[in-house]
Ligand binder design. Sequence first.
Ligand SMILES: Nc1ncnc2c1ncn2[C@@H]1O[C@H](COP(=O)(O)OP(=O)(O)OP(=O)(O)O)[C@@H](O)[C@H]1O
Length: 242
Amino acid sequence: MSNALTDERQKPKSGAERAPALRLLGVERHYKEGSGKLSILTGANLAIYPGEIVALVAPSGAGKSTVLHMAGLLERPDGGDVEIGGRLAGSLGDAERTAIRRLEIGFVYQFHHLLPEFTALENVMMPQLIRGLNRKEAARRAAELLAYMKLEARVTHRPSELSGGEQQRVAIARAVANAPRLLLADEPTGNLDPETSHYVFEALEALVRASGLAALFVTHNMELAERMDRRITLQAGKIVEF
Ligand SMILES: Nc1ncnc2c1ncn2[C@@H]1O[C@H](COP(=O)(O)OP(=O)(O)OP(=O)(O)O)[C@@H](O)[C@H]1O
Protein backbone atom coordinates (compact mmCIF):
# COMPACT_ATOMS: atom_id res chain seq x y z
CA MET A 1 0.00 0.00 0.00
CA SER A 2 1.21 3.49 -0.84
CA ASN A 3 2.74 5.66 1.88
CA ALA A 4 0.37 8.41 0.84
CA LEU A 5 -2.42 6.43 2.43
CA THR A 6 -0.86 5.39 5.68
CA ASP A 7 -1.25 8.38 7.92
CA GLU A 8 -1.29 7.28 11.59
CA ARG A 9 -4.42 9.33 12.24
CA GLN A 10 -6.53 7.43 9.75
CA LYS A 11 -5.41 3.82 10.26
CA PRO A 12 -8.43 1.55 10.72
CA LYS A 13 -8.84 0.45 14.31
CA SER A 14 -10.65 -2.56 15.67
CA GLY A 15 -12.75 -3.48 18.68
CA ALA A 16 -13.18 -0.98 21.47
CA GLU A 17 -10.72 1.44 19.85
CA ARG A 18 -12.98 1.86 16.86
CA ALA A 19 -14.66 5.23 17.35
CA PRO A 20 -16.90 6.88 14.75
CA ALA A 21 -15.22 9.36 12.40
CA LEU A 22 -18.49 11.29 12.19
CA ARG A 23 -21.56 11.48 14.37
CA LEU A 24 -24.68 13.54 13.89
CA LEU A 25 -26.42 13.86 17.25
CA GLY A 26 -30.03 14.98 16.99
CA VAL A 27 -29.18 17.53 14.30
CA GLU A 28 -31.90 20.04 13.46
CA ARG A 29 -31.99 22.49 10.59
CA HIS A 30 -34.84 24.86 9.89
CA TYR A 31 -35.10 27.52 7.22
CA LYS A 32 -37.37 30.56 7.23
CA GLU A 33 -40.30 30.22 4.90
CA GLY A 34 -42.49 33.30 4.74
CA SER A 35 -43.67 33.88 8.28
CA GLY A 36 -43.22 30.21 9.20
CA LYS A 37 -40.34 27.74 9.10
CA LEU A 38 -39.34 24.91 6.84
CA SER A 39 -37.93 22.03 8.90
CA ILE A 40 -35.43 20.02 6.88
CA LEU A 41 -33.64 18.11 9.66
CA THR A 42 -35.66 17.37 12.79
CA GLY A 43 -33.25 15.31 14.91
CA ALA A 44 -30.97 13.49 12.47
CA ASN A 45 -28.69 10.83 13.99
CA LEU A 46 -25.85 9.09 12.21
CA ALA A 47 -22.52 7.41 12.94
CA ILE A 48 -19.94 6.56 10.27
CA TYR A 49 -16.88 4.49 11.17
CA PRO A 50 -13.38 4.52 9.69
CA GLY A 51 -13.14 2.40 6.54
CA GLU A 52 -16.87 2.62 5.86
CA ILE A 53 -18.67 4.05 2.81
CA VAL A 54 -22.26 5.09 3.41
CA ALA A 55 -24.65 6.02 0.60
CA LEU A 56 -27.19 8.76 1.21
CA VAL A 57 -30.08 8.36 -1.22
CA ALA A 58 -33.18 10.55 -0.95
CA PRO A 59 -35.51 12.52 -3.25
CA SER A 60 -34.63 16.01 -4.43
CA GLY A 61 -35.22 18.58 -1.70
CA ALA A 62 -35.19 16.00 1.12
CA GLY A 63 -32.10 17.57 2.67
CA LYS A 64 -29.10 15.61 1.40
CA SER A 65 -26.92 18.69 0.82
CA THR A 66 -28.05 20.03 4.18
CA VAL A 67 -26.73 16.84 5.83
CA LEU A 68 -23.38 17.31 4.05
CA HIS A 69 -23.22 20.97 5.09
CA MET A 70 -23.77 19.98 8.70
CA ALA A 71 -21.31 17.05 8.59
CA GLY A 72 -18.73 19.25 6.84
CA LEU A 73 -19.07 22.02 9.45
CA LEU A 74 -20.04 24.43 6.67
CA GLU A 75 -23.12 25.52 8.62
CA ARG A 76 -24.11 25.25 12.26
CA PRO A 77 -27.19 23.20 13.16
CA ASP A 78 -30.18 24.87 14.83
CA GLY A 79 -30.26 22.02 17.35
CA GLY A 80 -28.15 18.98 18.26
CA ASP A 81 -24.44 18.67 17.51
CA VAL A 82 -21.90 17.21 15.12
CA GLU A 83 -18.94 15.17 16.34
CA ILE A 84 -15.81 14.76 14.21
CA GLY A 85 -13.14 12.38 15.45
CA GLY A 86 -14.57 12.49 18.97
CA ARG A 87 -14.81 16.30 19.23
CA LEU A 88 -18.14 18.07 19.47
CA ALA A 89 -18.11 20.90 16.94
CA GLY A 90 -20.92 22.93 18.51
CA SER A 91 -18.76 24.38 21.25
CA LEU A 92 -15.88 25.24 18.91
CA GLY A 93 -15.22 28.68 17.48
CA ASP A 94 -15.12 29.44 13.78
CA ALA A 95 -11.31 29.21 13.57
CA GLU A 96 -11.25 25.74 15.13
CA ARG A 97 -14.09 24.59 12.86
CA THR A 98 -12.21 25.88 9.82
CA ALA A 99 -9.08 24.01 10.93
CA ILE A 100 -11.03 20.75 11.29
CA ARG A 101 -12.63 21.31 7.90
CA ARG A 102 -9.28 21.92 6.26
CA LEU A 103 -7.34 19.09 7.88
CA GLU A 104 -9.84 16.39 8.70
CA ILE A 105 -12.58 16.61 6.08
CA GLY A 106 -12.29 16.17 2.31
CA PHE A 107 -15.01 17.35 -0.07
CA VAL A 108 -15.84 16.11 -3.59
CA TYR A 109 -18.62 17.69 -5.64
CA GLN A 110 -20.50 16.83 -8.81
CA PHE A 111 -18.38 19.37 -10.69
CA HIS A 112 -14.70 18.94 -10.01
CA HIS A 113 -13.82 22.60 -9.19
CA LEU A 114 -10.20 22.01 -10.14
CA LEU A 115 -8.11 25.13 -10.75
CA PRO A 116 -7.93 25.42 -14.56
CA GLU A 117 -4.51 27.08 -14.73
CA PHE A 118 -2.78 24.35 -12.76
CA THR A 119 -1.78 20.79 -13.65
CA ALA A 120 -3.29 17.72 -12.02
CA LEU A 121 -0.22 17.44 -9.81
CA GLU A 122 -0.37 21.09 -8.74
CA ASN A 123 -4.09 20.83 -8.00
CA VAL A 124 -3.43 17.93 -5.62
CA MET A 125 -0.44 19.75 -4.08
CA MET A 126 -2.50 22.88 -3.36
CA PRO A 127 -4.26 21.85 -0.09
CA GLN A 128 -0.94 20.57 1.25
CA LEU A 129 0.86 23.84 0.42
CA ILE A 130 -1.94 25.77 2.12
CA ARG A 131 -1.41 23.54 5.17
CA GLY A 132 2.26 24.58 5.14
CA LEU A 133 3.93 21.46 3.76
CA ASN A 134 7.05 22.08 1.66
CA ARG A 135 6.76 21.80 -2.14
CA LYS A 136 8.91 18.70 -2.46
CA GLU A 137 6.92 16.69 0.08
CA ALA A 138 3.60 17.95 -1.33
CA ALA A 139 4.66 16.95 -4.87
CA ARG A 140 5.75 13.50 -3.68
CA ARG A 141 2.47 12.81 -1.95
CA ALA A 142 0.42 14.27 -4.84
CA ALA A 143 2.24 11.99 -7.31
CA GLU A 144 1.56 8.96 -5.09
CA LEU A 145 -2.12 9.76 -4.81
CA LEU A 146 -2.47 10.34 -8.56
CA ALA A 147 -0.72 7.02 -9.19
CA TYR A 148 -3.18 5.40 -6.80
CA MET A 149 -5.97 6.89 -8.92
CA LYS A 150 -4.22 5.40 -11.99
CA LEU A 151 -3.38 8.84 -13.32
CA GLU A 152 0.42 8.66 -13.34
CA ALA A 153 0.39 9.43 -17.08
CA ARG A 154 -1.73 12.55 -16.54
CA VAL A 155 0.13 14.47 -13.82
CA THR A 156 1.19 17.35 -16.09
CA HIS A 157 -2.22 17.71 -17.77
CA ARG A 158 -4.45 20.67 -16.99
CA PRO A 159 -8.12 19.95 -16.16
CA SER A 160 -9.25 20.90 -19.71
CA GLU A 161 -6.91 18.19 -21.03
CA LEU A 162 -8.52 15.47 -18.89
CA SER A 163 -11.69 13.42 -19.40
CA GLY A 164 -14.62 13.85 -16.98
CA GLY A 165 -13.72 10.66 -15.12
CA GLU A 166 -10.07 11.69 -14.90
CA GLN A 167 -11.04 15.13 -13.59
CA GLN A 168 -13.14 13.52 -10.85
CA ARG A 169 -10.29 11.19 -9.89
CA VAL A 170 -7.98 14.21 -9.59
CA ALA A 171 -10.65 15.91 -7.45
CA ILE A 172 -10.79 12.84 -5.18
CA ALA A 173 -6.99 12.78 -4.89
CA ARG A 174 -7.08 16.47 -3.98
CA ALA A 175 -9.84 15.89 -1.41
CA VAL A 176 -7.72 13.31 0.42
CA ALA A 177 -4.37 15.11 -0.02
CA ASN A 178 -4.26 16.17 3.63
CA ALA A 179 -5.22 12.65 4.83
CA PRO A 180 -8.65 13.60 6.19
CA ARG A 181 -10.56 11.23 8.46
CA LEU A 182 -13.84 11.94 6.64
CA LEU A 183 -14.70 12.28 2.95
CA LEU A 184 -17.97 13.96 1.97
CA ALA A 185 -19.04 13.45 -1.62
CA ASP A 186 -22.02 15.19 -3.24
CA GLU A 187 -22.95 13.25 -6.39
CA PRO A 188 -19.32 12.97 -7.49
CA THR A 189 -20.24 10.65 -10.34
CA GLY A 190 -23.55 12.35 -11.19
CA ASN A 191 -22.08 13.94 -14.28
CA LEU A 192 -20.47 10.81 -15.70
CA ASP A 193 -21.68 7.97 -17.89
CA PRO A 194 -22.38 4.68 -16.02
CA GLU A 195 -19.11 2.98 -16.98
CA THR A 196 -16.95 5.96 -16.00
CA SER A 197 -18.97 6.42 -12.84
CA HIS A 198 -18.23 2.80 -11.80
CA TYR A 199 -14.56 3.29 -12.54
CA VAL A 200 -14.39 6.46 -10.43
CA PHE A 201 -16.27 4.75 -7.60
CA GLU A 202 -13.86 1.80 -7.75
CA ALA A 203 -10.92 4.17 -7.26
CA LEU A 204 -12.69 5.87 -4.37
CA GLU A 205 -13.62 2.54 -2.80
CA ALA A 206 -10.03 1.23 -3.00
CA LEU A 207 -8.82 4.43 -1.37
CA VAL A 208 -11.34 4.20 1.47
CA ARG A 209 -10.50 0.53 2.13
CA ALA A 210 -6.76 1.17 2.07
CA SER A 211 -6.72 4.31 4.18
CA GLY A 212 -9.45 3.79 6.75
CA LEU A 213 -11.23 6.96 5.68
CA ALA A 214 -14.93 7.23 6.43
CA ALA A 215 -17.02 8.34 3.45
CA LEU A 216 -20.53 9.73 3.10
CA PHE A 217 -21.57 9.60 -0.53
CA VAL A 218 -24.74 11.28 -1.85
CA THR A 219 -25.98 9.56 -4.98
CA HIS A 220 -29.11 9.04 -7.06
CA ASN A 221 -27.57 5.94 -8.56
CA MET A 222 -29.10 2.93 -6.75
CA GLU A 223 -26.79 0.48 -8.49
CA LEU A 224 -23.82 2.38 -7.09
CA ALA A 225 -25.48 2.69 -3.67
CA GLU A 226 -25.86 -1.10 -3.58
CA ARG A 227 -22.07 -1.43 -3.66
CA MET A 228 -21.61 0.68 -0.53
CA ASP A 229 -21.51 -0.66 3.03
CA ARG A 230 -24.79 0.93 4.14
CA ARG A 231 -27.59 2.92 2.58
CA ILE A 232 -29.39 5.68 4.43
CA THR A 233 -32.22 7.99 3.50
CA LEU A 234 -34.14 10.93 4.99
CA GLN A 235 -37.68 10.57 6.25
CA ALA A 236 -39.44 13.55 7.82
CA GLY A 237 -36.08 15.12 8.63
CA LYS A 238 -34.59 12.02 10.26
CA ILE A 239 -31.97 9.61 8.95
CA VAL A 240 -33.11 6.02 8.50
CA GLU A 241 -31.24 2.96 7.18
CA PHE A 242 -32.68 0.92 4.35
N1 LIG B 1 -30.52 28.64 2.68
C1 LIG B 1 -31.74 28.13 2.50
N2 LIG B 1 -32.85 28.88 2.73
C2 LIG B 1 -34.08 28.37 2.57
N3 LIG B 1 -34.33 27.11 2.17
C3 LIG B 1 -33.28 26.32 1.90
C4 LIG B 1 -31.94 26.78 2.05
N4 LIG B 1 -31.11 25.76 1.71
C5 LIG B 1 -31.90 24.74 1.39
N5 LIG B 1 -33.20 25.04 1.49
C6 LIG B 1 -34.34 24.16 1.23
O1 LIG B 1 -34.17 23.01 2.01
C7 LIG B 1 -34.59 21.85 1.30
C8 LIG B 1 -33.48 20.82 1.31
O2 LIG B 1 -32.41 21.29 0.51
P1 LIG B 1 -31.16 20.38 0.13
O3 LIG B 1 -30.32 21.16 -0.83
O4 LIG B 1 -30.52 19.89 1.37
O5 LIG B 1 -31.87 19.16 -0.62
P2 LIG B 1 -31.25 17.95 -1.46
O6 LIG B 1 -31.87 16.71 -0.93
O7 LIG B 1 -29.78 18.04 -1.45
O8 LIG B 1 -31.81 18.26 -2.91
P3 LIG B 1 -31.20 17.97 -4.39
O9 LIG B 1 -31.19 16.48 -4.57
O10 LIG B 1 -32.21 18.62 -5.28
O11 LIG B 1 -29.85 18.61 -4.44
C9 LIG B 1 -35.00 22.30 -0.08
O12 LIG B 1 -36.41 22.41 -0.12
C10 LIG B 1 -34.36 23.67 -0.21
O13 LIG B 1 -35.13 24.50 -1.03
